[in-house]
Design a binder for this molecule. Structure first.
Ligand SMILES: C[S@@+](CC[C@H](N)C(=O)[O-])C[C@H]1O[C@@H](n2cnc3c(N)ncnc32)[C@H](O)[C@@H]1O
Length: 278
């Protein structure tokens, strides 16, 4: 049997594992996606069938290592620079001035939670560098960026992107914060070192019982992640994120997401923007 013939019961087992480990819902409509990605992994490992793969995955000799790869197959890492730019305007025009007026220190801690390949974290780094430059001399910031996907994190840490991804970044900002590859045939850019130094990447699974994050954040961007979770998982994850959010701190969620009906210490302050109230 080859990966094309992934049968329903086998899929159910693998899908249940994905949901248990990552919280990501795996309805039957996702079978073709999983199938295609699994085939790629089978080729990498030189395995012939999904059955062989299951054996390999559950073999204690490489279970931990392979589980990281397997879970990578289930994540959707679509992202962009300057995605949902209204959030960035709100951050600079309202959230940061409010936080700073409240007598907070001039150091702002941000968390890009579910950062994928890093575009969200580096966008925040650019926006905050500009804010410091224009509006708030003496202001400093640091960004924690986490994801469960090792593949996405490896890419994020290179801070290297194809020029074709840069359209959402204003020309002036590109000039200030991006470095072009010396080899012009490669059409790549790299985030400038002073911005790279502001962002720390770490692997974190939102399904973990406790998050090994010690900081208390002023701002959490948690966008386009919980859309893959069911309601109880959304509530549990948001509650844990809120533990690392300081009183009065801000949470940004994706525009197509909602916190309606969840029991959280947050109040809505703008479209898909919330503040911690207790
Ligand atoms: C669609 S991307 C969103 C990226 C970025 N926040 C944005 O809005 O552009 C969703 C990310 O959530 C991550 N993710 C999904 N389930 C996760 C989990 N249980 N723990 C941590 N990250 C998870 C995926 O690996 C993926 O990179």
């Amino acid at each position: 049997m080859n990966a094309r013939e992934l049968d329903r019961s086998r899929f159910s087992r693998l899908a249940a594992l994905i949901t248990r480990e990552l919280g990501i819902r795996m309805p039957p409509a996702k079978v073709p996606m999983l199938e295609t990605r699994l085939q790629r992994r089978l080729r990498e490992l030189g395995l012939r069938s999904v059955e062989d793969y299951e054996r390999y995955l559950f073999d204690p000799a490489h279970a931990d290592h392979e589980l990281v790869h397997f879970l990578d197959l289930a994540t959707t890492n679509k992202t962009d620079f300057f995605r949902e730019p209204q959030h960035l305007d709100y951050l600079v025009d309202t959230a940061l001035p409010t936080l700073r007026a409240k007598g907070a220190s001039d150091h702002c801690r941000l968390w890009s939670a579910g950062c994928s390949t890093g575009q969200e974290a580096y966008t925040l780094a650019i926006v905050l560098a500009e804010y410091a430059l224009r509006d708030a001399p003496g202001f400093s910031y640091s960004i924690l960026a986490t994801d469960v996907s090792q593949r996405a994190l490896d890419q994020a840490r290179t801070a290297t992107y194809a020029e074709s991804q840069l359209a959402p970044i204003a020309l002036e900002l590109r000039k200030r914060h991006l470095l072009r590859s010396k080899d012009r045939r490669r059409a790549l850019v790299r985030i400038a070192p002073q911005l790279r130094a502001k962002v720390r990447f770490a692997r974190l699974n939102f399904m973990d019982r406790e998050y090994r994050v010690r900081d208390e954040f002023d701002v959490i961007f948690f966008r386009n992640v919980m859309i893959y979770f069911d309601k109880p998982t959304q509530e549990a994850v948001m509650q844990k994120l809120c533990r690392n959010l300081r009183q009065g701190g801000y949470v940004f969620i994706g525009h197509s997401e909602s916190l309606a009906g969840l029991d959280l210490p947050l109040k809505a302050v703008a479209n898909s923007v919330f503040r911690k109230v207790r």
